[in-house]
Design a protein around this ligand. Structure first.
Ligand SMILES: *Cc1c(COP(=O)(O)O)cnc(C)c1O
Length: 435
């Protein structure tokens, strides 16, 4: 099976090229040529499988012929080595906790799977691969952990002083194949350095570089696995199901749409967004108007031009009103988000991160109109990752999980660099000579 570009200009490619190049040359996004349905019998029996086995069966159906079954099984079992528990809030409301991986956010699923797929394909190559990532916080941590101790080199660029202490420690304390460059500038400066490197043909002739961008198809595919896991854990499989996804770049939601296309019976989706409301505007007006992002409490969703919209349009057509038949979308500001965190705690004793609280608000709105349905809210990050916001909203302390607590005393190890391209380029070349 091949992968095509949503813009349909660039040629179709094999999975290896889609994963290693990341983006097609026409600026579209890669999509699988076929999204095959799973048998009804299989769907009915998903509760009998454990998570890695279920994920493997889904992956195998989707990636048939792309990777030999035995190799794919190893990749999936190695990547999906933590649970996605479904926590019951009340009879028709659940949270799917996606934060039990190493960096405590759902991005671990994508990063771990992509790292292993890339390693697999790089075994055939004589050159070493170096991944360049610019991060404003969360992605860097998941990528660092996801690629840690693989045979791929990772260079992470982050803006000095502009990410939280714990986020910085997640990037700067691993060592081995993970290097953190502390750039004396903004996130945009970091992105610019990475972009310049990708356009630098003479650098690319000397070393093999790639990105771990969130739009990489290898990050998207594993995110469909946990929708299956969610449905497998529901006690009631008669009441229609709606999934609410706190959304920024809409990768998480797109993975859910793929799961549904494979036959998973999710009736409806809600894309809950913060004040960055380009998507709900588009659904209600049919006009897609990207805007500069505005900062909010749910900062991993501060996106003004969601890149996966191209994939959603590829699945459902480009009319907002057609998409709105399958996906509802509402926007919530910071004051509502704080209230959402408080309400989840007061009503259900559940401590949620700000992103999850936005998801809760979307679910509440949907269930008000559809009380005959049951809801699954995707709980995208551990609340302790946003400890200041959550503690302030609840007026009480939140405990740090071990994975974060042990970072506090670790020594940060970063290489400080200016925003100039030349020293960055020289640094990359000096590394590639060593390895
Ligand atoms: C990345 C992220 C999101 C947004 O996910 P998209 O796939 O970009 O829509 C939501 N919550 C958290 C905690 C995230 O890290």
């Amino acid at each position: 099976m091949k992968f095509y570009s949503t813009k349909r200009i660039a040629p179709d490619v094999e999975l290896k090229e889609a994963v290693i190049t990341g983006l097609p040359s026409d600026n579209g996004l890669y999509m699988p040529e076929k999204i095959r349905k799973l048998d009804d019998d299989f769907i009915e029996g998903i509760s009998d499988l454990d998570f890695p086995e279920l994920a493997f069966r889904v992956a195998d159906r989707l990636l048939e012929e792309c990777i030999p079954t035995v190799a794919l099984r190893d990749i999936v079992f190695d990547a999906i080595n933590f649970e996605a528990p479904l926590v019951k809030l009340n009879d028709n409301l659940h949270c799917l906790e996606l934060f039990h991986g190493p960096s405590l956010a759902f991005k671990d699923f994508g990063a771990r799977f992509m790292a292993r797929i890339m390693s697999y394909f790089m075994k055939e190559e004589s050159q070493k691969l170096t991944i360049l990532v610019a991060t404003s916080g969360d992605t860097g941590g998941a990528v660092a952990k996801g690629f840690y101790e693989t045979d791929i080199d990772v260079v992470i660029l982050y803006p000095s002083g502009k990410i939280s202490d714990l986020q910085e420690k997640q990037l700067t304390t691993l060592g081995k194949n993970i290097t953190a460059l502390e750039i004396q500038g903004t996130f945009d400066d970091c992105q610019k350095l990475v972009k310049t490197a990708f356009l630098d043909q003479s650098l690319r002739n000397q070393m093999f570089i790639s990105s771990a961008n969130s739009i990489n198809i290898a990050r998207l595919i594993p995110q469909s696995f946990y929708y299956f896991r969610a449905m497998a854990q529901l006690e009631d499989n008669k009441t229609p199901v709606c999934c609410t996804v706190p959304s920024g770049n809409f990768g998480n939601l797109t993975a859910g749409l793929i799961a549904r296309k494979m036959g998973l019976p999710i009736g409806h989706f809600v894309a809950a967004v913060n004040s960055n409301d380009v998507f709900p505007q588009y659904l209600s007006t049919n006009v897609y108007q990207p805007k500069p992002s505005v900062p909010t409490l749910s900062n991993a969703m501060d996106v003004g031009a969601p890149s996966n919209l191209q994939r959603i349009q590829d699945l459902y057509g480009s009319k907002g009103s057609d998409i709105a038949k399958r996906i509802s979308s509402w926007s919530y500001d910071d004051a509502s988000t704080r209230k959402g965190i408080q309400e989840m705690y007061e009503k259900f004793g559940y401590v949620a991160c700000p992103h999850t609280a936005v998801g809760y608000l979307g679910m509440k709105q949907h269930l008000k109109e559809h009380p005959d349905q049951q809801g699954i809210i995707l709980s995208t990050a551990h609340p302790a990752k946003f400890i200041d916001i959550v503690e302030e909203a609840l007026g009480q302390k939140v405990e740090l999980p071990d994975a974060l607590a042990e970072l506090v005393d670790k020594q940060k190890d970063s290489i400080v660099m200016s925003t100039d391209y030349d020293p960055f380029r020289e640094y990359l070349l000096s590394r590639s000579l060593v390895s």
